[in-house]
Design a protein around this ligand. Structure first.
Ligand code: ADP
Ligand code: MG
Length: 397
């Protein structure tokens, strides 16, 4: 979608066709309208498909209200939200803040205030808009946590503001890969009432002792996992993981998410919100068979394509009679990254809590991980609206 990056891309969702027409007339020349919806269901489909910079969404649509929509669907990812409400009351402003909307505008529509809001929101005043990199696999033991820890360690070494989140909620060990011992975890976070602010989340993070990467650890015991994602949630309707990730994007350039090998609500949120998903596989038949099944879901059901879903072949040089080409053909999917097998470096790194990219920078595995990290993170995102957004109606920067 590179052809539309130079202008602010927007999706509208309003209950009445007439309002959509009015909005398009007001803004159509100034922003790139990627789609219009009259229900939350349609809005989810459009946002997931087009990944606009901004979604302008009515607080009420025939199929529900905006906060229950985000609790159930959370399609926003990097898309910024502006809510439109008829005669907004103080509680509407509180709701808008809680769900992560960057503005709440009164209806009926006022072109000046909408353009002004779009300008501020698309620019993100003094605010980071980090990207999420989610590391996933359909099978345990293929190297997800190794890759998540090393991508983050490499980026931290390059002075990026990076944090990591361990969504292997039952048996996560991400903090051990950094030699950190968490005292508080996301299980303590979800016990708190109300919205999660960035400082509150940061309070629950443990810091990597070498380069200071903040780590949001998974619960200390498996029985607490359902309090974050599942039956044990204190507020059943909330998607805690989506809320946490959305907030962390405001504080960090890159949020690296490690996962467990199942399509839980937490994992699916982390997948849908990611700018890049690293799908890790290994050159053995069970791993490849399960990866093939996973790709069916990721590509056919969740709509991922190779620009956002990158296949990582770990232990690529393990001699098992299958070449990378055979594997790519078997999976009918391109391999974006190959990481060499180096049991000595990999196991020593997780046993000592010093990531591979810090311990042996010159080794082939460290170099491949560093290159992957750099490629995935790229330069920090900068969302700049076209100047012409400001021109009509005398709105000035
Ligand atoms: N490229 C590699 N070469 C050799 N061993 C590896 C490699 N990547 C990971 N490992 C080892 O494989 C084991 C499982 O890795 P891990 O990252 O914990 O997998 P997952 O998170 O997918 O369960 C660890 O002992 C790790 O050190
Ligand atoms: Mg793991």
């Amino acid at each position: 979608m590179s052809e539309i990056r130079d202008e602010t891309t927007v999706v509208f969702a309003l209950p009445r066709r007439a309002d959509l027409d009015a909005l398009r007339t007001m803004l159509g020349a100034e922003v790139k309208v990627l789609g219009e919806a009259t229900s939350f269901r349609e809005a989810t489909a459009l946002i997931t498909r087009h990944r606009p910079e901004v979604a302008l969404v009515s607080s009420q649509l025939p199929d529900g209200d905006v906060s229950s929509w985000l609790e159930q669907d959370s399609p926003l990812g990097q898309t910024k939200l502006i809510v439109l409400a008829t005669d907004p009351q103080p509680e509407d402003y509180r709701t808008a803040m809680r769900i992560g909307a960057l503005d709440l505008l009164p209806m009926p529509l006022n072109p000046g205030s909408i353009l002004e809001s779009l300008r501020r929101v698309a620019k993100g005043p003094g605010e980071r808009q980090g990207k999420i990199v989610t590391v996933f696999a359909t099978k345990g033991g293929v190297g997800k946590t190794t890759i998540a820890a090393n991508v983050a360690a490499e980026l931290a070494g390059r002075r990026q503001r990076v944090c990591v989140v361990d969504l292997d909620l039952e048996f996560g060990s991400l903090s051990a890969f950094f030699g950190a011992v968490p005292e508080q975890t996301m299980a303590d976070l979800v016990r708190r009432r109300g919205a999660f602010s960035l400082p509150l989340i940061q309070e629950m993070m443990v810091t990597d002792p070498i380069l200071g990467v903040p780590i949001l650890a998974s619960p200390l015991t498996p029985d607490l996992a359902p309090t974050v994602d599942g039956e044990g949630k204190k507020e059943v309707g909330r998607n805690y993981v989506a809320e946490i990730l959305r907030m962390l994007c405001l504080g960090y350039d890159t949020v690296v998410v490690d996962t467990a090998s199942r399509f839980s609500e937490a994992t699916v949120s982390a997948l849908e919100m990611a700018s890049t998903v690293l799908l890790v596989t290994a050159p053995d038949v069970p791993a490849l068979q399960s990866t093939a099944k996973g790709l069916t879901v990721l590509v056919d059901k969740l709509g991922f394509q190779p620009d956002r879903l990158k296949l990582v072949l770990n232990r690529a040089n393990a001699a098992i009679g299958l070449t990378a080409e055979d594997i790519s053909r078997f999976l009918a999917y391109p391999i974006s990254y190959r990481l060499p097998s180096d049991g000595d470096a990999a196991v020593r790194a997780c046993n000592t809590g010093v990531p591979i990219v810090r311990r042996r920078r010159s080794g082939p595995l460290a170099r491949a991980l560093a290159a992957l990290a750099q490629d995935v993170a790229g330069p920090p995102q900068r969302l700049t609206p076209r100047r012409s957004v400001l021109r009509p109606l005398g709105v000035r920067r």
